[in-house]
Structures are given as structure tokens and as C-alpha cells.
Design a protein around this ligand. Structure first.
Ligand SMILES: [Zn+2]
Length: 165
């Protein structure tokens, strides 16, 4: 048995009034970094808080290991946390990896993964739109129109991150 799978102790685990099973998970908060203690064991610093509910107890924000123990399903807790991490990576991807440059014509473009380029441009009605382009491949035109270049850039990066995940 690895360290991670040991039965937790301390904190609410050692409190006679706290139920040790029968919890359900309501969702996962991403704190961005490990700066809160798991409320169940009070020992482990966690980034992802599993929101645990019980009919006979106040809500507890727990780490993956404790959450898995509380609901009797460590795999479920692990898979929730994997999804939350994936979402966090997508978000980071939008913020970090897309570096926009402006063309002489006033359009914006950015290099993206796998040879794709994101292009943000104004159409003949002066609305901002975007498309994805890759080599000789058919450009992927996107229908929505935006009032500002920034809105179109955000939408382009978000869609690309989803599409490329
Ligand atoms: Zn814990």
C-alpha cells in the first residue's frame, strides 16, 4: 500500500461526531495552488477541494484521498480530480500559450499547436471574426461575430484549446 492510499487519521477522522461514510461529492473547487488544508484530516495541503455533503454534518472541503474514503470510492475522487486538472490545463493553455501578433493590415494571428494558426480579422461589416488555418488544409471559418478584437481572440483561444485537447 502506498502512502497515498493509507487510511487517513487525525482531524475530523478522529472526531466521534463526524460520519466516516455516506458522503456524496457536490463538485470540485480549483484553488490554483496547494494553499488550503484538507478540512477532513487537517493535514494535507490541497489545490482541489472536493465539496463533500452529508445529511448529518456540515459541508466538508476535502482532498482527493479523504474524499474518496468518505464516499467509499477512491477511483471516483481520482477521476473527478483528473477532470478538474484537465480543465485547469485548458485554462492555462489559453492564458499562456497563445501569443498574438498584429499584421500590417490590422488583423491578429497566433501560432498554435500542431501547425495551426489562429487568425482574428474584421469582416466586410467591420465585425471581428476568427478562423483556424493550417497549411493547405481548408480553413476552419467560424461564424460568430464580435464587437472587439479582444473578444474574438478570447473566443478563438478557448475554442482552439477545447478542440485540440
Ligand atoms: Zn484529508
Amino acid at each position: 500500500m502506498s502512502n497515498e492510499e493509507e487510511i487517513p487519521t487525525g482531524g475530523l477522522w478522529s472526531n466521534g461526531d463526524t460520519p466516516k461514510s455516506g458522503w456524496i461529492c457536490e463538485g470540485v473547487n480549483d484553488l490554483g495552488s496547494e494553499h488550503q488544508l484538507c478540512q477532513m484530516c487537517g493535514r494535507r495541503w490541497i489545490r482541489f477541494q472536493h465539496i463533500m455533503l452529508h445529511a448529518d454534518h456540515a459541508e466538508v472541503l476535502a482532498g482527493r484521498i479523504c474524499a474518496g474514503k468518505m464516499e467509499g470510492d477512491l477511483d471516483a475522487a481520482t477521476s473527478r480530480e483528473r477532470d478538474a486538472k484537465r480543465k485547469a490545463r485548458r485554462r492555462d493553455h489559453e492564458e499562456i500559450d497563445v501569443e498574438w501578433r498584429q499584421s500590417e493590415a490590422g488583423n491578429w494571428w497566433a501560432k498554435a499547436d500542431d501547425g495551426w494558426r489562429l487568425i482574428v480579422y474584421t469582416d466586410k461589416h467591420n465585425a471581428w471574426r476568427f478562423m483556424f488555418v493550417k497549411g493547405e488544409a481548408q480553413p476552419l471559418w467560424q461564424r460568430p461575430r464580435y464587437g472587439t478584437a479582444d473578444e474574438a481572440k478570447t473566443a478563438a483561444a478557448r475554442l482552439f484549446a477545447l478542440y485540440n485537447d
